[in-house]
Design a protein around this ligand. Sequence first.
Ligand code: CDP
Length: 788
Amino acid sequence: MAPRTSPEVGGMGHSIKRKEDPRFVRGQGTYVDDIRLPGMIYLDIVRSPFAHATIKKINPSKALSIPGVLAVITGQDLAKYNLHWMPTLMSDTQMVLPVDKVMFQSQEVAAVLATDRYIAADGVEAVEVEYDPLPVVVDPKKALEPGAPILRTDKKDKKDNHIFHWEVGDKSATEKAFAAAKTTVRQDIYIPRIHVASIETPGCVAQFDKVTGKLTVWLTTQAPHAIRTVVALVAGHVGLSEEKIRIIAPDIGGGFGGKVPVYPGYVIAIAASVLTGKPVKWVEDRMENLQADSFARDYHITAELAAEKDGTLTALRIKTIADHGYTDAAANPSKFPAGLFGICTGSYNLKAAHVQVDGAYTNKPPGGIAYRCSFRVTEAAYAIERMVDIMAHELNMDPADFRRKNFIPPDKFPYKSALGWEYDSGNYDGALTKAIEKIGYAGLRKEQAEKRARGELMGIGISSFTEIVGAGPSKHFDILGLKMFDSCEIRVHPTGKAIARFGTKSQGQGHETTYAQIVAEELGIPAGHILVEEGDTDTAPYGLGTYASRSTPTAGAAGAMAARKIRDKARKIAAHLLEAREDDLEWEPGKFFVRGNPGNAKTIQEIALAAYTNHPQGMEAGLEAVSYYDPPNLTFPFGSYICVVDIDKGTGEVKIRRFVAVDDCGNIINPMIVEGQIHGGLTMGMAPALYEEINYDEEGNIQGGSFMDYLLPTAVETPKWETDKTCTPSPHHPLGAKGVGESATVGAPAAIVNAVVDALWHLGVRHIDIPITPAKVWKCLRDHGVSE
Ligand code: CDP
């Protein structure tokens, strides 16, 4: 079926019209760290210098002798209330505070409460802890070998460090395809551990009112409702009941998946407030954030690709070891232990594929979060885009031609992939063609040949990635059993102004602007008269939150559906006011009029007033609606990126000379916001390709725990991004829109690495693992006989 524009959008093309100045972007400015409450006390955390050690003794006496230090909380204290362990989103268990041993460097060991933040920090310094170091396991492959020290000794029946085995696809068909293939390529690819380094670190203020029994928590969370339910389930036995828990996610300075998990600091702050009756504040510092927060990636991939003689791809086989740290705290939908890694056949018409992932425990921080990513789609896109490039080079075919030969053709959509996904719509050739034209591909190839002849190193890399965003549908997707739909509630007030509340939570993506536009477009109420609210569980309808670019596909759709319910009621009221039959009325944004008589009309504002003052007999008053939208499928945005690099033979430095990004997220609600999402996403995609990684020495000491070593790119390192778009609407989304927030982070790394390898392939270089640092390239050049 060919992609089509949703009829409701009414042929508005790829840009949903805005009635307002496009420069208008809403946003406020109250962050958790800005909150000051009377009597507030502060929490700071003692952290372990060892990656694996028995705790022999915790001596708080020196800390308690500091004026202003109120208490030192240990795991033993929490154990009295059975709050020393908590469940993870993947139904594993994670320590809040340890009672006997620590499992990674920088793990929470004890907490200090004080009247002042700086006194709390002094208290942390003064807490004396005696440790007895234990053998450390940092390599997940070694962790899975027989005889490796067993890490999760708290799990009585656990005899190894294996967390899960997950596989998908037709194994025997894949084996047959590989046996019959003319050419096969195989590559080990490591995608290192990175940590989200948002501008704002996680934090909370917990306020328990001993009189009313109500707990209010201002929390840096991307999923406030899910957190409320988890708090009620975990702490119900100490009297916290869901109707008395209010989670407020105020403005959030970046989430990127790192603010989906529950961190021990939140739990300790809540417990401390319940015990003391005082508001308790905890805000993580920058080094704690890098060293102890949930990590992303850390996939050890072995990928193989098979092709026929003419370059037609036939099969993909992948085995992966996933390092999950000491507990599986991945933020995945529960039925998907490896997230959406199964999208790894990408944009290609592969007939057979088989993928296996094994999770391992190591002495590292837990996680497996979707860092600006739809549950491992970044790992999947990187793997297939690297493999396709390696195969193209192996067959001596141009990587663009090779991709075009193997793309899923536009007339094959909806397309069922070999690993079971039904892609909603796509036109991969269209995006690549646009990128090729924009960058002047043929000219660049010519220039490259000339430069190569002169011994200069220039590379051109392509990434034609496919995404998978917008979880639900809820029949397949849940988190801890909570089905993955999302919601919107709209109330139109008598004066024709409206409030729209959503179950998602913006962390800077501009929902305040785009959601208002959606409702405005559907109801004809100016966007400036629509107040958008998210993040307060006492007021917003239940939703699963914002991550994995799911807001537009789910809550955005719910906004349109709720508005359409309101329009249906407005039609009835208009018919009553105009003394006409409902089906004689026509709608144009903002008013109903009698067919053939446009002057005989009632505006949405007049209808809103009548809904409270003059509605038909027998009809309920008011003009409100709520929608809990369960998407029928995911959306599959895509893009083609082309990167040109020059490599300095003397220093090994990679310089991105040009980067063209053509994205397709279906119908766009706000072009300027989408452009901003792509610019930021591209820089976040460049970051792991060239700069960021967190690794560990053999003792489990973190390398890269501060910004001296964790090289966060800034505007200085960022090249000029050249962006463009194609538009292939989603056939099932009410607005024809697909998600976009993470696309660039998903697509960019492979384009950069493909460009670097393209520059070096003629020297015999097949692959360099990210981050591609000058030192790695310099060594690689020397290993392949190149000196300046
Ligand atoms: O879930 P998250 O908000 O991170 O991702 P998203 O749904 O991709 O949306 C990111 C921002 O881009 C939001 O403000 C969306 O409304 C906007 N957007 C848009 O204007 N048009 C689209 N087709 C997709 C997203």
